[in-house]
Design a protein around this ligand. Structure first.
Ligand code: URA
Length: 235
């Protein structure tokens, strides 16, 4: 059981303070009956809550896609630097949200933010074989030798990386290296390129499993994932 005002704020309908005002004005119905108090209890999964005539579709967890900009940390809080959570608009922030899988401060692109710890764990476990695809601008063009080294897996200087897929694609402004890795080691893609004597100049994540970055999202923008997109993570 949960308090009505807490329920409404957890569902990003309004703040707890606003909930009290809405209840007082008779704008909130619980199972068709006007709510009497913001403190009244309800069962989130069973109750039918309507605010100003609109039914609230209960979401236990929130799944957000962000087009991460460079220069912000994939962390929940930091004393000195801006984090990805600082970029969330108030209507999409919720307690318990965290970035599922970190991108470096200078890496851009697809970042998943959720409060579902189980999904994040499953997504990040190497056992799940969820490939993450990155687009890299590299110091020198990718060679056949690099591609072979990535596909065999790299073991150098005490570090080992599982086999990864590497190929090139032509873009309007020149060739791009595309990489798919299923591990999530610290600076993984950058370190793999370094191991073959190359260097990453910029890195953008395009995909997690079959879930692709929505290119209509502006840099730093966020939106809620659809049910289908959540499934795509594991496809
Ligand atoms: N690999 C990296 O080197 N950096 C990232 O941010 C992600 C993968």
């Amino acid at each position: 059981m949960e308090r009505l005002d807490k329920f409404l704020s957890s569902q990003n309908v309004c703040t707890r303070k606003e909930a009290a005002r809405l209840v007082k004005k008779g704008m909130v119905l619980v199972d068709g009956i006007p709510a009497l108090s913001p403190e009244q209890k309800l069962e989130p999964e069973k109750a039918c809550v309507m605010v100003e005539g609109k039914e609230i579709a209960y979401r236990k967890y929130l799944y957000l896609m962000m087009n991460k900009p460079a220069g912000v940390l994939s962390a929940t809080e930091d004393k000195r630097h801006k984090t990805v959570l600082d970029l969330l608009p108030p209507e999409l922030s919720r307690r318990g949200l965290f970035p599922a899988g970190r991108l470096d401060k200078d890496t851009t692109g697809l970042l998943l933010i959720t409060d579902d710890g189980e999904l994040a764990h499953k997504m990040l476990s190497p056992k799940s074989h969820v490939y993450k695809r990155y687009e890299a601008v590299t110091l020198r063009p990718v060679s056949r030798k690099d591609i072979e080294a990535f596909s065999n897996g790299i073991s150098e200087g005490g570090q080992t990386f599982a086999p990864a897929r590497l190929w090139q694609e032509e873009r309007q402004d020149g060739p791009r290296a595309l990489v798919e890795v299923r591990e999530g080691k610290f600076h993984q893609v950058k370190r793999m390129f370094e191991a073959v004597g190359n260097q990453v100049l910029s890195l953008k994540r395009l995909k997690i499993g079959a879930l692709a970055l929505d290119e209509t999202l502006g840099i730093g923008e966020v939106r809620v994932l659809t049910e289908n997109e959540i499934i795509q993570i594991f496809q």
